[in-house]
Each structure stands twice: as structure tokens, then as C-alpha cells.
Design a protein around this ligand. Structure first.
Ligand SMILES: C[S@@+](CC[C@H](N)C(=O)[O-])C[C@H]1O[C@@H](n2cnc3c(N)ncnc32)[C@H](O)[C@@H]1O
Length: 254
């Protein structure tokens, strides 16, 4: 599989308004703390990127619980964006397969839109298990590409689907790999189908912060953009059917 160079994306990542708007309060974290009363919690946002999750949660939970916030990411450029947003968060640059933490450090590990980037997913899961406390939660959230073949991005950039097939584990593999490591797993897919206006989506294609748009060839990227522009020029109101599927997987370490 190809890997994404986030030093090139960091500057434009938060310009994608979808990312900023879709970040919501983590009620799974809240539920975990409500059900497991402790004087202190250690939370890691794994592959924290520009800190969108950490900013939202650390503001929301401030004063409610004693939480030590941590963020880890492979990219210095993404981390420097995170550093501008959050205070009182321990940010580290490291690879998921070799995290600089003691074993059994964290109560809760969130992992948003990043698992497909890991080239050695088995070792990543072993390392996550190592740093997670017994009874702790690993929350894996990502798009579920096999449940969204009509995603607007695959419609206009079809080679992106083939690149993604090389990067994403399907839900059965994720479920089985977590079970094999002794987790109790609750995995759900939230799916929606809707008609979208192409005009509203070209901004995301042009911003090119979605990793797979940097993995396809320049020729395929240009072709896709031209097709979008042509469709909009021909009919500014043009709509297409769009699939979107998100996987939420809550894995409790037994
Ligand atoms: C799509 S971004 C997601 C960022 C953030 N979680 C969010 O939801 O906005 C993927 C992130 O994974 C990080 N990443 C990729 N490979 C990694 C690895 N091997 N170890 C740690 N982080 C990695 C990238 O640097 C990037 O910041």
C-alpha cells in the first residue's frame, strides 16, 4: 500500500469544513467514565492529527473529570497544528507500532480516520493492546469503504477505490483481529444514502486534503476534477447519489 505524506496536507487539513463540523462530543468516553469511577483518567487520541478531537473533548470535559490528555501522531506538521489548538495535552511524535508509553497506561484510546494509514496493522493492534489498561476501551472510528461504493469521491476518481482497497481492512477482519486479541467488541456501521449537489463537493476535491486523492496519479486526479467541473458547468444544479458509511467499533480489553 502507498503512504500519505502529511507534511503536505497539514496546512490545508482544517480548511475542510466537514472535518471541523463533524467532530462531536465523545459520548462513549463519557459513558466509560460514568461506569468506571476513578480519580484520574488517561486518554490517548491515537493519530491525533491537527488536534480536532482533543480540542473538542478537552474543552467539553474540563472541570467534569480529571483527565490527562495525550495525542500521538507520526507527522510533525500535523502535531504543530494540534499544538496551536490545545493546552494541557501531552503531544508526542511517534509511530503507532512503537509508542513511547509504559504498558497499561491508558483507560481510553480513540483512533479516528487513521487505521487505514498503518502499514503494519497487526503490530499496531498489538501495541495498542500493550498500552491499554485491562478494562480499557479502544475506539476505532473510520469510514467503511466497502459499504460506500457510490461515494462521490469514487464516482469521480474511480482509481481511488482501488487504492483504498489496498489500505482498508474490512469490518469482519477488524472484528476478528480484535476478538483474537481478547477484546469484547461492539462494531456498528452507520450508513446514509442521499442525493448531493456536485457543486457542494468540488471544494473538497480541490482542497485535496483527503489522503487518497494524493495517492492516485496526477492524471487521474486531473481527470476527476475536470469531470466535476464539466458536470457543474453543464448543470450547476446537478446531483448524484452518494453513499456514506462510518464504522464505530468499541473494543473493551478483557
Ligand atoms: C486522516 S488523518 C486523521 C487525523 C485525526 N485523527 C482526525 O480525525 O482529524 C490521519 C493521521 O494519521 C497519522 N498517521 C499515519 N500513519 C501513522 C503511524 N504509523 N503512526 C501514527 N500516526 C500515523 C497521520 O500523520 C495523520 O495525522
Amino acid at each position: 500500500m502507498k503512504t500519505t505524506n502529511y507534511s503536505k496536507i497539514a496546512e490545508k487539513y482544517d480548511k475542510n469544513q466537514y472535518r471541523v463540523k463533524e467532530i462531536s462530543i465523545d459520548y462513549d468516553l463519557k459513558e466509560y467514565m460514568d461506569n468506571n469511577r476513578k480519580t484520574e483518567y488517561h486518554v490517548l487520541d491515537l493519530s491525533c492529527g491537527t488536534g480536532l478531537y482533543l480540542e473538542k473533548q478537552s474543552n467539553y470535559f474540563e472541570g467534569q473529570h480529571n483527565i490527562k490528555w495525550n495525542g500521538l501522531d507520526l507527522s510533525d506538521q500535523m502535531l504543530s497544528k494540534a499544538n496551536e489548538k490545545v493546552e494541557n495535552v501531552e503531544l508526542v511524535r511517534a509511530d503507532v507500532v512503537d509508542m513511547p508509553y509504559e504498558s497499561e497506561t491508558f483507560d481510553f484510546i480513540s483512533n479516528n480516520y487513521a487505521f487505514h494509514h498503518y502499514t503494519d496493522k497487526g503490530t499496531a493492534l498489538n501495541e495498542i493492546s500493550r498500552v491499554l489498561k485491562e478494562g480499557g476501551i479502544y475506539k476505532l472510528h473510520n469510514i467503511a469503504i466497502l459499504d460506500m461504493p457510490k461515494w462521490w469521491l469514487y464516482h469521480y476518481f474511480p482509481s481511488a477505490f482501488y487504492e483504498d482497497l489496498k489500505r482498508y481492512w474490512n469490518k469482519e477482519v477488524i472484528f476478528n483481529e480484535l476478538i483474537a486479541r481478547g477484546y469484547e467488541v461492539d462494531l456498528k456501521i452507520v450508513y446514509k444514502m442521499e442525493n448531493i449537489k456536485v457543486m457542494d463537493y468540488i471544494v473538497y476535491a480541490e482542497n485535496r486534503d483527503i489522503s487518497v486523492l494524493n495517492l492516485i496519479s496526477e492524471e487521474d486526479y486531473k481527470k476527476g476534477l475536470e469531470r466535476m467541473r464539466f458536470d457543474i458547468k453543464t448543470n450547476p444544479e446537478k446531483t448524484i447519489v452518494n453513499d456514506f458509511a462510518e464504522m464505530f467499533c468499541i473494543a473493551k480489553k478483557e
